[in-house]
Write a protein of this length. Structure first.
Length: 163
């Protein structure tokens, strides 16, 4: 019984000690390495609109929010197609490859995760269209199949970010 009590106290002490150990900060890390550059974009195609807000860190990683609102798919339809979600990825050359995790629909919402590719043309971003395959529940652009940036409906132009 005495050994069990000592063992219990020892385990509790280790647990409390480990909980108090915070993440050690690297003294060589400057404040600039955590700064993010925020850029906002809008795209309009006929009755469809898209809003994109990106945050770029110094390592080249891109995160942000993307909302796509489509006009009426069918006349007088109750449900509008609205995709709302987040992006995460990085530039490879002049192309931004991201995973878009979003919900789709306004009434019957469903969750999805799809790859997207944006071509940077000057200050603008053009959403590309490519063939996608799914393997083990994850979607990818098909290798050796080009992404077409000419037929994409959304061409994003930079705008001032709302405060």
């Amino acid at each position: 019984m005495k050994k069990a009590s000592i063992l219990f106290v020892f385990i509790v002490t280790l647990f409390i000690y480990s909980c108090n150990q915070g993440a050690k900060k690297d003294p060589n890390t400057s404040a600039d390495s955590t700064s993010l550059v925020k850029t906002c974009y809008i795209a309009v195609f006929e009755t469809d609109t898209a809003h994109l807000m990106t945050f770029a860190d110094t390592s080249g990683k891109i995160t942000g929010d993307l909302t796509m609102k489509y006009g009426e798919v069918q006349p007088n339809s109750l449900e509008k197609v609205i995709n709302v979600g987040t992006i995460a990825g990085e530039f490879k050359g002049d192309t931004l490859f991201v995973d878009y995790t979003h919900t789709s629909g306004s009434i019957n919402k469903k969750g999805f995760k799809n790859p997207l590719a944006f071509l940077k043309v000057g200050e603008n971003l053009v959403l590309g269209v490519g063939q996608i395959e799914t393997h083990l529940g994850r979607s990818y652009f098909v290798k050796n199949k080009p992404i077409d940036f000419e037929i994409g409906r959304f061409k994003f132009v930079p705008v001032d970010c709302e405060k």
